[in-house]
Write a new protein. Structure first.
Length: 276
């Protein structure tokens, strides 16, 4: 089965004759908000409902492996038909109530939406995920989309193509500055730099300052290391900031390009990591 691109969504589950937004998962069961409490429900089905925005955090998905199997287990020709999905996820942000959704479009079974709990993601700690989806019939050819949610909001993740993320971020930035008359630039979404592996043994603390141009849509242009207490800190900060997105400077009701110096402070892992 091939992976495909999906838009941003919330997951809705049938709950007592109405549809409710899924805010978490307990194993394979959905959880919803009811009277201010998170409760587990039994559902007869799911719907992925389009929404205009992602949660502005980013999760890296690595080591993706998917496969299907079909094994006959008795003389009547009955078979176990399965879809397996494995990957590793990592976030620079602490995320709770994380769950994944696999949206399967199959030749034999039609559309299947499958939910599985991921749990809590600690900053910069890789988390393996493994999902097994049993099927009633052989899958045949098909496609799937991966969605990751935190607290019910879909997050940006690395299987979403760069151009799609950029288009969505452009719209999200535009909405946030629509009625702004004047404002300095402000970080909107960006992954903190990794502490340099070459310096982990020494455990050195340090800093770097990156000079950038921030475009009228919040994009980062021409980042350069202005200063760094160690070249490795400068390179780490430079790598991180290239993927950042700002809310641009607004002057006289219009977004404008501006220049900025962005400081980064580094501490060894376990002592605060890196931040700006």
């Amino acid at each position: 089965m091939a992976a495909t691109l999906g838009a941003q969504h919330v997951l809705m589950a049938e709950d007592g004759g109405k549809m409710s937004m899924v805010c978490a998962a307990d194993g394979l069961r959905p959880c919803v908000q009811r009277n201010g409490k998170v409760v587990e429900i039994n559902t007869k089905g799911y719907v992925l409902q389009d929404v205009p925005e992602y949660l502005p955090v980013f999760v890296t998905v690595r080591d993706i492996a998917s496969r299907t199997t079909s094994e006959q287990f008795n003389n009547a020709g009955q078979a176990n038909n399965n879809f397996y999905f494995n990957a590793t996820v990592e976030s620079s942000y602490p995320l709770s109530g994380v769950f994944l959704v696999l949206d399967l479009q199959t030749e034999s079974n039609g559309r299947i939406i499958f939910l599985s709990e991921v749990g809590t993601l600690e900053p910069n700690l890789s988390r393996p995920i493994s999902v097994y989806v049993p099927m009633a019939a052989p899958l045949g050819s098909g496609q799937y989309q991966l969605h990751l949610f935190s607290g019910g909001a879909e997050v940006f993740q690395s299987t979403i193509p760069f151009w799609s993320r950029e288009q969505t971020l452009n719209k999200m930035v535009a909405r946030r500055i629509k009625d702004v008359h004047a404002a300095p630039p402000k970080l909107f979404v960006g992954t903190p730099p990794e502490y340099p592996a070459a310096l982990r043994k020494s455990g050195a603390k340090g800093m770097a300052v990156i000079s950038v141009r921030i475009g009228a849509n919040g994009d980062v242009f021409d980042p350069v290391v202005k200063s760094a207490t160690d070249p490795a800190f400068g390179e780490a900060a430079l790598t991180a900031i290239r993927d950042w997105r700002f809310l641009p400077k607004v002057k006289d009701d219009l977004p404008v390009e501006t220049k900025a110096d962005v400081p980064f402070i580094f501490s060894p892992p376990g002592a605060g990591g890196a931040h700006s």
